[in-house]
Design a binder for this molecule. Structure first.
Ligand SMILES: NC(=O)c1ccc[n+]([C@@H]2O[C@H](COP(=O)([O-])OP(=O)(O)OC[C@H]3O[C@@H](n4cnc5c(N)ncnc54)[C@H](OP(=O)(O)O)[C@@H]3O)[C@@H](O)[C@H]2O)c1
Length: 255
């Protein structure tokens, strides 16, 4: 089966392409680096020719409010239109757990717009919502750092490894559309509901000062991470650094 991975050069996309090929699929990585641009439409018709599935794991180069909204709206519209033209039977997109609760953020408003365009389209689809990737935790710390201070919200998250996200997306991409305009939620693995766990215990390290009660943050030498069980028994623990090895992760498909 030909599966086109739009954003196939990215963190999740590159892992996804490998995983799909390991499962015998004809996975095609598509992104501006290979001449496929969802903003302009360049290369989309050729890339999607003969494809059964298109997976959207793109991300906007800019997270400025207007830019990110333009990216996800324009990209998604273009992609869905070209998919319809090519007869693609399954649109898979990667989104974020809790998107509808984070609309104060321009990024999440854009992800919500992306989801809504997909749901309104005539293409059968699966929207997969993942929690923050372990690999993204350093990015969160970086953009939360001001001089010697790391300011983290006391918001709860439950990170998961990009490898696990890619595996989950691959499984869904190789299956039937799970959310084909249905309002029925779909539960994957042992995750029972939206995911909340701890960005717990920011630990003073060097010159950093304590800013919240949660999350373990250690620098330099990598970021240690301890997830927490939520009310529904989801637990995720792991370490961001050379030996990232989360013990258990969850992903939800959303209606
Ligand atoms: N970060 C998290 O914790 C998290 C959690 C849940 C869900 N997600 C979602 O997961 C998705 C993938 O994230 P990621 O971290 O894997 O992204 P990433 O590593 O930043 O990769 C982004 C990809 O998008 C491609 N791209 C950028 N502009 C494009 C365009 N105009 N046309 C086609 N492709 C374009 C890039 O291609 P080039 O390399 O060619 O530029 C690259 O392949 C995102 O939608 C994000 O919202 C992220």
């Amino acid at each position: 089966m030909k599966i086109v991975v739009i954003g196939g050069s990215g963190l999740i996309g590159s892992k996804l392409v490998v995983t799909l090929r390991e499962h015998g699929q004809e996975a095609v990585a598509a992104s501006p680096k290979s001449g496929v641009n969802t903003l302009t439409g360049e290369g989309l018709a050729e890339a999607l020719k003969g494809a059964s599935v298109a997976v959207d794991v793109t991300n906007s180069p800019s997270w400025e409010d207007a830019a990110v909204m333009n990216f996800f709206e324009t990209s998604t519209r273009n992609l869905l239109a070209y998919e319809a033209g090519a007869g693609v039977g399954h649109h898979v997109a990667l989104s974020v757990v809790g998107t509808e609760r984070l609309l104060a953020s321009g990024f999440f408003r854009a992800k919500m717009a992306q989801e809504n365009l997909i749901k309104a389209s005539s293409t059968p689809y699966s929207i997969i919502r993942a929690t923050q990737f372990f690999e993204f935790v350093k990015g969160i710390a970086d953009f939360s750092t001001d001089g010697n201070t790391v300011r983290l919200p006391s918001a709860l998250i439950q990170p998961m490894a990009a490898d696990d996200v890619a595996s989950a997306v691959a499984r869904i991409a190789m299956g039937s559309p799970v959310n084909s305009h249905s309002n029925e939620g779909f539960i994957y693995d042992d995750c029972k509901t939206s995911l909340n766990a701890g960005l717990s215990d920011v630990r003073r390290s060097g010159t950093q000062r304590r800013e919240s009660d949660a999350a373990l943050l250690e620098r330099p030498g990598g970021l240690s991470w301890q997830g927490r069980s939520d009310d529904h028994g989801c637990v995720s623990t792991g370490r961001v650094g050379p030996n990232t090895s989360p013990q258990r992760t969850c992903v939800c498909l959303c209606a």
